[in-house]
Design a protein around this ligand. Structure first.
Ligand SMILES: [Zn+2]
Length: 88
């Protein structure tokens, strides 16, 4: 699971950082007071659509997302080293 979290953190680093600034560490960014995510969306610093995407990825699609990232990473590496066998 560590790799999944790393991938998400990298792509949504700004959102992860905002989450860490919420008043409550277990903030769900819904009705909690002192929520940095809601403040950023209200202030136009964070796109609500992008946050929705992050939220959805965090739930059921995390595994698919990580898999896609892994596949594209592998494909890039494979293209780079196309003369070598991928099983080396
Ligand atoms: Zn929050």
């Amino acid at each position: 699971m560590a790799n999944v979290q790393e991938g998400i953190d990298e792509t949504f680093a700004d959102i992860v950082e905002l989450e860490s600034m919420c008043r409550f560490s277990d903030c769900r960014h819904e009705t909690e007071p002192g929520c940095a995510i809601k403040a950023a969306i209200a202030g136009g610093e964070l796109s609500a659509e992008r946050y929705e995407l992050y939220k959805n990825l965090g739930k059921e699609n995390t595994r698919n997302y990580a898999l896609k990232k892994q596949v594209s990473k592998w494909a890039k590496a494979y293209k780079k080293n196309s003369k070598r066998s991928m099983w080396d």
